[in-house]
Design a protein around this ligand. Structure first.
Ligand code: SF4
Length: 356
C-alpha cells in the first residue's frame, strides 16, 4: 500500500502550479519568492517577483542598490521590514559568504528576516535538506489530518508538527517537493473554508474528513480585537504643486512620503487637521473641507485616515520640516504606503471631477 507521503507527491506531480520561482535554478530567486510569500498570496506576489528579479537579478545587485530603490520595488506589497531585511541579509551574504546563499537551514536562519519556516523552505528546495516546513497551509492540512487541537499560531505546536513530519521527509527522495506538496495541498485543496476533500490524496485517513469536522480545525482561540487608530491627511496645493512630508527613517514606514497631517487621538475634524498641519510643517491652512476616508488594516491595528482639502494656506514651511512641494508628474518616483497612495488617487480623482 502507498504511504500518505507517496500519495501526496503523486498528487503534487499532477496538480502543481506553474510558478516563476518553482524549479528556478538560482537559490537567490527562491529566497526572494519565500520572503514575498511570507505575508502575501501567490497571485499578488507573482508580478512583484518578476519585476524585482528584473531590477535586482543577483544578490550583489540587491546588496548594492539604494534602499529607496528596493522599497520602491516593494511598494504595495506591505510589511516593508521584509524588503529592508532582505537587503540587509543580501549585504551580509556578499560580505560574509562571498555572495553565495548559505546552503543549510541552520546557516540561513542566522540571516535577518529568515525564520525557521523560510530557512527550511529554501534549504529543502535548493539544497535538498530534509527539514520540514510548517507554515499556515501545512498546519491547516495536518491539524485536520491528525485531528490535533493545538494552537498552530504558537511555536510549540509548530515544533511538535515539525517533529512528527521529520521521519516522513527523511524517507522521501525530494524533500523540496515534499514541502512544496504539503503547502500546495493547503493552497489548492485543504482550503480554510469548504476544503475539497474529494480531490485530496489524504482523504481516506484524514481525521477531519472521516468525522466531518473540517470546520473545527485548526482550532483558533478567541480573537483579540484589533485597535483602531485615527489620522488625518490634508491636500494642500500651491502653484500646481502638492505638499508632501517624509516620515522619519526609523519606525513604521520609515522614509515614506505622505500627505501632511498625521495621527490624532480621536477621529479628526477640520480644526484638529489644521492644528496637525501647523505643528508638522509650520503652514496655516484654512477652509478645510472633508474629502472622504480611507481604512487600512495593518498587522496590529486598523487605521482610519480622514482626508481634507485645504482651500488656502499661508506662511512658510518650517526649516526643519521634512516637507516638499511636489509636481503631480513626480509622484510616481516617490515611495508611498498603500493608504496614502489611495488617498492621493482619491484627491486626484476629486480634482478631475467636472464642476456641477
Ligand atoms: S481530506 Fe479534506 S480536510 Fe483532510 S487534509 Fe484533505 S482536504 Fe484537508
Amino acid at each position: 500500500m502507498r504511504s500518505w507521503s507517496q500519495a501526496l507527491l503523486c498528487w503534487y506531480a499532477a496538480h502543481r502550479r506553474d510558478l516563476p520561482w518553482r524549479g528556478h535554478p538560482d537559490p537567490y530567486a527562491v529566497w526572494v519568492s519565500e520572503i514575498m510569500l511570507q505575508q502575501t498570496r501567490v497571485t499578488a506576489a507573482r508580478p512583484y517577483f518578476e519585476r524585482f528579479l528584473r531590477r535586482f537579478p543577483t544578490v550583489d545587485t540587491l546588496a548594492a542598490a539604494p534602499v529607496a530603490d528596493v522599497l520602491k520595488h516593494w511598494e504595495g506589497l506591505g510589511y516593508y521590514s521584509r524588503a529592508r531585511n532582505l537587503q540587509t541579509a543580501a549585504r551580509e551574504i556578499v560580505a560574509r559568504h562571498s555572495s553565495r546563499i548559505p546552503a543549510s537551514a541552520a546557516a540561513l536562519a542566522q540571516l535577518p528576516g529568515i525564520g525557521p519556516y523560510t530557512a527550511a523552505a529554501i534549504a529543502s528546495i535548493c539544497f535538498h535538506e530534509p527539514v520540514p516546513v510548517v507554515d499556515g497551509n501545512v498546519a491547516r492540512v495536518f491539524s485536520r489530518y491528525l485531528g490535533w487541537t493545538d494552537d498552530f499560531r504558537k511555536l510549540p505546536a509548530r515544533r511538535k508538527l515539525a517533529v512528527w513530519l521529520q521521519p516522513h521527509i527523511m524517507a522521501v527522495a525530494c524533500p523540496g517537493d515534499f514541502n512544496q506538496a504539503m503547502m500546495e495541498l493547503g493552497a489548492l485543496a485543504c482550503l480554510p473554508h469548504t476544503p475539497l476533500c474529494d480531490q485530496c490524496p489524504l482523504a481516506t485517513a484524514c481525521h477531519a474528513h472521516c468525522t466531518g469536522t473540517q470546520e473545527k480545525f485548526p482550532v483558533r482561540p478567541a480573537h483579540k480585537s484589533v485597535p483602531t487608530r485615527h489620522a488625518c491627511a490634508v491636500v494642500i496645493r500651491r502653484r500646481g504643486r502638492l505638499l508632501l512630508v517624509q516620515r522619519r527613517e526609523q519606525g513604521l514606514l520609515g522614509g515614506f512620503w505622505e500627505l501632511p497631517g498625521g495621527e490624532t487621538k480621536r477621529k479628526p475634524d477640520a480644526r484638529t487637521a489644521a492644528t496637525a498641519v501647523k505643528s508638522q510643517t509650520g503652514l496655516i491652512v484654512s477652509d478645510l473641507s472633508a474629502n472622504g476616508m480611507i481604512e487600512h488594516v495593518f498587522s496590529h491595528f486598523r487605521l482610519q485616515l480622514v482626508l481634507f482639502a485645504a482651500g488656502g494656506s499661508a506662511g512658510r514651511l518650517r526649516a526643519n520640516a521634512r516637507a516638499r512641494w511636489v509636481h503631480a508628474a513626480a509622484l510616481v518616483h516617490l515611495l508611498f504606503s498603500t493608504a496614502h497612495r489611495r488617498a492621493l488617487q482619491l484627491c486626484i480623482a476629486a480634482t478631475r471631477k467636472p464642476r456641477q
